[in-house]
Design a protein around this ligand. Sequence first.
Ligand code: 5GP
Ligand code: MN
Length: 319
Amino acid sequence: MKKIDEVCKILIDYKSFALFTHINADGDAIGSILGLGMSLEIAGKKVKYVVPEPVPVKFNFLKNFQLINKDAEKLSNIEVGILLDAADTNRIDELRSHLEGFGVTVNIDHHLTNGHFATVNFVDGNAPSTTAIVLEILEHAHLPINADISNALFAGLLTDTGSFHYPNANRDAFLYGAKLLDYGADPAFIANKIFEMDTMPHQKLLGLALLRMEVTDRIAYSYIMRKDIEEFNASDEDTEGIIDVMRKIRDAEYIVLFKETRKREVRVSLRGKNSADVRIIAEQFGGGGHRAAAGCTIGEQMQEAINEVLSLIKEIRKE
Ligand code: 5GP
Ligand code: MN
């Protein structure tokens, strides 16, 4: 049986599903669990949405957002655990044991590094977003797709392609987008809710990161310390999107933002342009992602983390 048929059979045969996605959930993570979940619910299934905290509130305009982590402790009578948009089960932190407790697990993802850890794995490294794969699955299974579902799926497509700017914005990405419009998605509404809702603390942190940005050898980098976040009364979510503004700098091919976490580790966000492959860099530090966007966490002081990542980039470029 083809993978897509195996996934569709599970969605049709079983009655209850827990949908998981990764830590630091982004638009594709939230969009794929909500899009799939809404459709399953309309089809009469029981659905739980489980997301590692903190859940990014900026996506609260999507229908069913308020159901995320509601009664999440009551997973014992759910039959199937599905993990979306995550290359491996480490990406859900301590929720990992919950997912592994299910008799049947499904893995739906578009990361090339995916570890194929589930009972059924549907991984398409060419898909521009996990929500694009969800759309394919819903159509293939003849499950419902309405305007709310297509808005959630479009949110994932829009954010994971960098508003159709990244190299993964291939022909399929536009075709999926067009299909979602046919199902009722409203791109202007979604873009407004996602890109024009910056908070003041976010804009202050952005200003600080840009002031501190250095560009050497086609590498642009900056950093944000915990005390900066506290000074502006900001949350971790307020650091999202800063790298996407940094990435606009001309001539840089590697763009890196270092953020000190609550646990005093360093969270590294990487973006690559042209032939730069940032996934290779992130993987060296135990992270992963895509060629053009990747990340990792380094358990060291800020200055050490910066030195190590910059030297690795310079080394890899020589090869
Ligand atoms: P961001 O910089 O936005 O946090 O992450 C960019 C992309 O890199 C994410 O969409 C995700 O695919 C990937 N990514 C980020 N952090 C990690 C990580 O720690 N492990 C893995 N495997 N992928 C990551
Ligand atoms: Mn994704």
